[in-house]
Design a protein around this ligand. Structure first.
Ligand code: NAD
Length: 253
């Protein structure tokens, strides 16, 4: 086996939602480093990312997309304008709202579930249709969470949505594996991004979380690079419906 070839994404085009910051940005760069051209679906401009991807010798198209209330199928067709195809979809865009369940509002429920779960299904369906029409299969990588496995505190809609992402990953894999489409997920542990700023700012929560991470530190966005390249590559051709934790050992405790 030629390991470099099996992990190479040369000639592939990857669509990454929410890659202007945080985990999505690091995954977009990792995919470009492995050889993929990148299309971002971003609410606001991904400043400087085009230059970073160009340094890898790859192209970048930054499409404006607010996925809050649905992800129109045309987005995937617009993404295909960069190279004429779409081979990989990373469903990364996601939000969290922290409130006790007794005080949780309908808006905090709907906003989170619409983006974290509904838009994931819609983009996946559009990508799978595209994979079918162009031929050659494809890869879908969803971003799950520790709260796909655990209940969490004060995050009812987030836990529901990310547990849903794990189930959806399995459900779509069952239907699409026979079509040559791999659907898998990455479950990041506690990573240092905007998403966890509130937790890290709370000294007690910060210490409690750090104290149970076997690796002894918060994750960094770059910690997801290997997992996303693996799941997007031929090396994962026989991996279907799996949610891969990249969590510094959190779930092992
Ligand atoms: P982040 O807040 O830095 O990034 C979230 C991304 O989603 C941004 O690019 C943002 O622009 C995008 N986004 C938000 N609302 C959008 C909308 N309406 N339309 C389009 N894009 C929108 O946080 P992050 O930690 O990088 O989060 C990325 C993903 O990782 C999310 O799905 C999050 O739930 C998940 N995650 C994060 C952690 C963590 O510890 N940071 C852990 C597990 C899972």
């Amino acid at each position: 086996m030629d390991a470099a070839a099996v992990f190479s994404l040369e000639g592939r085009t990857a669509v990454v939602s929410g890659c202007n910051t945080g985990l999505g940005r690091a995954m977009a760069v990792a995919l470009a480093e492995a050889g993929a051209d990148i299309v971002g679906l971003n609410r606001s401009e991904a400043a400087g990312l085009g230059e970073e991807i160009a340094r890898c010798g790859r192209s970048f198209l930054d499409l404006r997309a607010d996925l809050a209330h649905g992800a129109p199928a045309e987005l995937v067709e617009q993404a295909a304008a960069l190279t004429g195809r779409v081979d990989i979809l990373v469903n990364n865009a996601g939000i969290i709202r922290r409130r006790s369940a007794l005080e949780f509002s309908e808006t905090d429920w709907d906003d989170v579930v619409d983006l974290n779960l509904r838009a994931v299904f819609q983009l996946s369906q559009a990508a799978a249709r595209r994979f079918m029409s162009q031929g050659g299969g494809g890869k879908i990588i969803n971003v799950a969470s520790m709260l796909s496995f655990q209940g969490g505190l004060r995050v009812a809609s987030y836990t529901a949505s990310k547990s849903g992402v794990l189930g959806l990953t399995r459900a779509l894999a069952n239907e699409w594996a026979p079509l040559g489409i791999n659907v898998n997920a990455i479950a990041p542990g506690y990573m240092s991004t905007n998403n966890t700023a509130e937790l890290r700012a709370d000294a007690d929560r910060n210490d409690a979380i750090l104290g149970r991470i076997p690796a002894g530190r918060w994750g960094r966005p770059e910690d997801l690079s290997g997992a996303v390249v693996f799941l997007a590559s031929r090396a994962a051709d026989y991996v279907h419906g799996h949610t891969l934790a990249v969590d510094g050992g959190w779930l092992a405790r």
